[in-house]
Write a protein that binds this ligand. Structure first.
Ligand code: NG1
Length: 524
């Protein structure tokens, strides 16, 4: 369980746009909050020791870090280009790097024994083909390398000896994979810059301005697709742009824009509970995540065709989006968002879904062409495409994000505070219901934890991230947090995992707060 405690005092406004560059820092207190600092200091000390053992005689030149994220609201709508509201958490991936070796190798070691050391010749990295069918931890680093080449094809990747330490539970819906890809991309770019300085030691000044946050995000989104998931951009945006004590309204259209939003009041907390049901998008992609991307993309294309909207703008070379449909309706017909929802209901009347043949007729495109265009790079399996349910979820969830943000912009009086939280909570609950019913991305364990949270005083609760396992996020009054935690332990963890070890429980029950995004740390 992760507890997110909004700051006691209204937070200072976020850094100015001048800081579009990933910060280069020299102290851990600039990275972590006072609550997490002591344990992080111990962890970073251990990282030094582990690095010395992994690469005897070599010093750490810098550490690239990127955090996980939790999503407050706006699930499965980023790849339809609607705004989402995540926040970075303090759990992160660290990549300690030594540059200056002359062996021409990218060496990767991990502090977790489960991940075997890997080595690659840097000369072969540019053309390296990542096999997304193989579940291989180093693929995430190599995705980051691909991203670095995508930003600069002439890049000369130097010898890099790396030690990786990740603290975001994998498959928990807290975006360990995106954090890893973002950190790897940042590590490569920083290594290139640091190598140019040799033999002079790296300084903040010399590395500052090496990597733009927006570029890092855009490239990380595309490069993470090398590991077989047709992902949206929420996770990378939150990981890179995280601002302490703020949620982030991430806008993808007309272009990437991240607005930090402060929380009002300090009487409530967000509790994040990992169900410990591991959801692996890479394994289940063809029937879960990647299929949802296909369904929503086809739904957009069909709506455009059936309503004569013309060609939709294409997202990352894949297809049109429901956001494109809403924009086209607004522009060409003056139809409001709610009006588009009604149109979608009239176009997609079949509640049981559509066969590929039916979708092909509606789109006026042969089945083979649809398969080739949308179902080949990221293969999918289905009997019926649930065009109605998926479209309704996406449009209604997008509307919920707007309502949630509108509420966050209000300043409730003390007398209004309870109703205020209840309104936020109700939106979260209706998001969960829609994920469960219309998007079919929940599971019994997520539903059980959500129900327990509500039964134990939470204002609202919902799955967070892709779903099908992973974590929930609940909005709770601070004074009720302890009771909720006890109830979850008793009614969920001990019941579902009778043999749960203290270590596992400690991973499922930890404390965090909205934290800083990606950073490079040079001395500490
Ligand atoms: P997870 O699996 O929780 O990291 C995924 C996607 C997001 C977004 C959410 C659902 C990746 C890397 N991330 O998040 O972009 O679509 O599902 O809202 O695929």
């Amino acid at each position: 369980m992760l507890l997110i405690m909004p700051a006691a005092t209204p937070p200072t406004p976020p850094a100015s746009p001048a800081s579009d560059y990933v910060p280069v820092l020299t102290s851990l207190s600039s990275v972590y909050s006072p609550q997490t600092l002591p344990s992080e200091e111990a962890r970073w000390t251990h990282l030094r020791t582990a690095f010395a053992a992994a690469y005897p005689g070599e010093a750490i030149t810098f550490v690239a870090r990127s955090p996980g994220r939790v999503n407050l609201i706006g699930e499965h709508i980023d790849y339809s280009l609607f705004d989402v509201l995540p926040m970075a958490i303090s759990q992160d991936v660290l990549i300690a790097v030594h540059v200056g070796a002359k062996d021409g190798m990218l060496k990767l070691q991990n502090t977790a024994d489960a991940y075997e050391p890997r080595e690659f010749e840097v000369a072969g990295l540019r053309g390296y083909k990542i096999d997304s069918k193989v579940l291989e931890w180093s693929n995430y680093f190599l995705s980051g390398v691909k991203g670095a080449y995508a930003l600069n094809d002439n890049l000369e990747v130097p010898s890099m000896h790396c030690l990786i330490d990740g603290r975001i539970p994998t498959g928990s819906g807290l975006s360990s994979s995106s954090a890893f890809v973002c950190a790897a991309l940042l590590a490569v770019r920083t290594a290139v810059a640091a190598t140019k300085l040799l033999p002079t030691p790296v300084t903040v000044k010399a590395l500052a301005g090496t990597t733009s946050k927006s570029e890092l995000v855009k490239s990380a989104i595309i490069s993470e697709r090398n590991v077989g998931v047709n992902s949206g951009g929420m996770d990378q945006s939150a990981s890179v742009f995280g601002v302490p004590d703020h949620a982030l309204r991430v806008q993808f259209s007309p272009e990437l824009n991240v607005t930090p939003i402060a929380f009002h009041g300090n009487e409530f907390a967000f509790v994040i509970a990992n169900t410990l049901v591991v959801a692996d998008k890479h394994v289940t992609g063809p029937v879960h995540y990647n299929l949802r991307v296909v369904e929503t993309t086809l739904a957009a294309e069909i709506l455009a065709k059936q309503c004569g909207l013309g060609a939709l703008p294409v997202r990352d070379g894949f297809g049109g989006t429901l956001r494109g449909v809403v924009d086209a309706f607004e522009k060409s017909r003056g139809i409001s968002f709610d009006g588009v929802i009604e149109v979608a209901k009239r176009v997609f009347v079949k509640k049981g879904g559509y066969t590929l043949a039916e979708a092909s007729t509606m789109l006026g495109v042969p089945e083979e062409e649809i398969t080739q265009k949308y179902m080949t790079r990221f293969p999918v399996r289905f009997e019926r495409l649930q065009l109605r349910a998926r479209t309704l979820h996406v449009l209604e969830e997008a509307r919920r994000v707007t309502r949630f943000c509108d509420l966050l912009a209000m300043t409730p009086t003390p007398a209004e505070i309870d109703t205020y939280y209840a309104s936020l909570g109700a939106i979260m609950l209706s998001s969960h219901a829609s994920c469960r019913v219309q998007y079919d991305c929940s599971c019994p364990e997520l539903d059980a934890v959500v129900a327990l949270a509500i039964a134990n005083g939470a204002y609202g609760s919902r799955l967070t991230g892709a779903g099908w396992g992973g974590a929930t996020i609940s909005l709770v009054r601070k004074k009720r947090v302890e009771g909720l935690v006890d109830a979850l332990k008793k009614e969920y963890y001990y019941k579902h995992f009778p043999g749960i070890s203290e270590e596992q429980l400690a991973e499922a029950i930890c404390v965090t707060e909205p934290g800083l995004g990606s950073a490079v740390v040079v001395t500490w």
